[in-house]
Design a protein around this ligand. Structure first.
Ligand code: LLP
Length: 417
């Protein structure tokens, strides 16, 4: 089921036509469906059911305040990786006691702020980080709730750049050393050991690697109990992958049922940190064809969105479907859809069969996750607008960046003395 569908020969988001959105807000523009985000979050919350735990939306997937606020209204928790993400969650009305703080390089300032607002848990990635947090908590005369992110050394079988649970990756504490680290943490007056977590990678479309990781974590949980350390929760990291092009990820309910079954009657809450599966198919990037350029080798459609707006194709050779908002009648041809940035890697899609004309509006699908959040000002391009559709209502949740916004904080230097 998709909230983006054709009606009367043109693509709509919920009850609003994308032609109308482009006409009103210009292009490139990201368009999100509130119903999609709500439905996908609810699938996790419902599957968790009455089991104690939290669904902590991974803010990095899409951190627009509009999106965060709608999830906060549904009672979501949040997985953050920086002080900036924490402030966004607070500004959007998120509850800090439902926040888990992940990431390999939390600064002392970020730790202080997270302690002050009372996050649920710090996911600790190294002994060095644990010591830093202990010092910060001591200075603040408080106790920091922690989980150790262990590296279970399982192959997530996804793209190497987004595979994180192998022992050669920078993430987590080797599972073989975890018992010692737990023992040290449990002795600290300023740390409260409450959990264990892992994150093995993103865009996983099979349950098996998650269950492999879970088995290793549960073995650790049981050994900790033998040592007198009873954890409150287990956090399995990011959520399921999504369909970009024919992938068939399992239903969330199947995934959680398998996980809860393995947790069994251990007195252990479950935390998940899904990002992509809540956001990806809830967003499209609207872009207009500026020029059609036919060369001996290729047909290029030069559009007004580029790698700075949507980096995934350039960075991971990721596929995202590209469809005409209002299809033309006529002959289709093979097109490379490219942006105006001065890099050969600047493409949104290659070899797409489309019938194109200049001025036509296209939608790059599945761009609700890791789209806008990975955008930049490369080539001094101002960043896109973001619009949230809710039924027949349209909210501009981020105005298009202006040149003045872009150069704020910069200054020329005086002539050389
Ligand atoms: N928790 C942690 C600790 C993570 O590192 C991540 C993603 C998540 C949760 C969310 O995982 P998800 O549910 O989205 O799979 N930019 C890449 C994805 C990088 C993911 C990094 N970590 C992409 O565009 O494919």
């Amino acid at each position: 089921m998709s909230e983006f569908s054709y009606r009367d020969g043109s693509l709509w988001a919920e009850q609003v036509s994308l032609e109308a959105i482009a006409g009103r807000f210009g292009t490139p523009t990201y368009v999100y469906s509130r119903a999609h985000f709500a439905r996908q979050y609810q699938a996790y919350a419902n599957a968790l059911g009455s089991h104690p735990g939290l669904i902590c939306y991974a803010v990095k997937a899409n951190s627009n305040l509009g999106i965060l606020s709608l999830l906060a209204q549904l009672g979501a928790g949040f997985d953050i990786v920086s002080g900036g993400e924490l402030e966004r969650v607070l500004l959007a009305g998120g509850d800090p006691s439902r926040v888990v703080f992940s990431g390999v390089g939390k600064t002392a300032d970020e730790m202080r702020r997270a302690l002050e607002v009372g996050v649920h848990c710090f996911n600790i990635e190294s002994e060095a980080e644990m010591h830093r947090l202990e010092q910060v908590a001591a200075e603040c005369e408080t106790v920091a709730p922690i989980s150790l992110r262990v590296n279970p050394d399982v192959d997530a079988q996804t793209h190497p750049y987004i595979s994180t649970g192998l022992k050669e990756n920078k993430f987590g504490i080797a599972i073989a050393h975890a018992l010692d680290t737990y023992a040290r943490a449990a002795n600290s007056a300023h740390l409260n050991v409450i959990g264990v977590d892992c994150h093995i990678g993103s865009q996983l479309t099979e349950i098996a690697p998650f269950l492999d990781a879970l088995d290793r974590l549960l073995e650790l949980v049981d050994r900790l109990i033998e040592q007198g350390i009873q954890l409150e929760h287990l956090d399995l990291g990011g959520g399921l992958g999504v369909r970009y092009r024919g992938e068939e990820p399992p239903p969330v309910a199947d995934y959680l049922m398998a996980v809860l079954e393995r947790i069994g009657d251990r007195n252990l809450g479950l935390i998940l940190e899904p990002g992509r599966s809540i956001a990806a198919n809830g967003g499209v990037l609207l872009t207009r064809v500026d020029y059609l350029k036919r060369t001996e080798e290729h047909n290029f459609a030069i559009v007004d969105a580029a790698m700075n707006d949507n980096l995934r194709p350039a960075l991971y050779q990721a596929w995202q479907d590209i469809v005409p908002v209002t299809p033309n009648q006529g002959e289709s041809a093979l097109w490379d859809i490219v942006g105006p940035v001065c890099e050969t890697g600047d493409f949104l899609g290659k070899n797409r069969t489309l019938c194109l004309r200049e001025g036509q509006l296209l939608a790059v699908l599945s761009t609700g996750a890791y789209g806008f959040t990975m955008s930049s000002n490369y080539n001094s391009r101002t960043r896109a607008a973001e619009v949230l559709v809710d039924g027949g209502n349209t909210y501009l949740v981020r105005a298009r960046e202006t040149f003045v916004d872009m150069v704020r904080g910069e200054s020329p230097v005086p002539e050389k003395i």
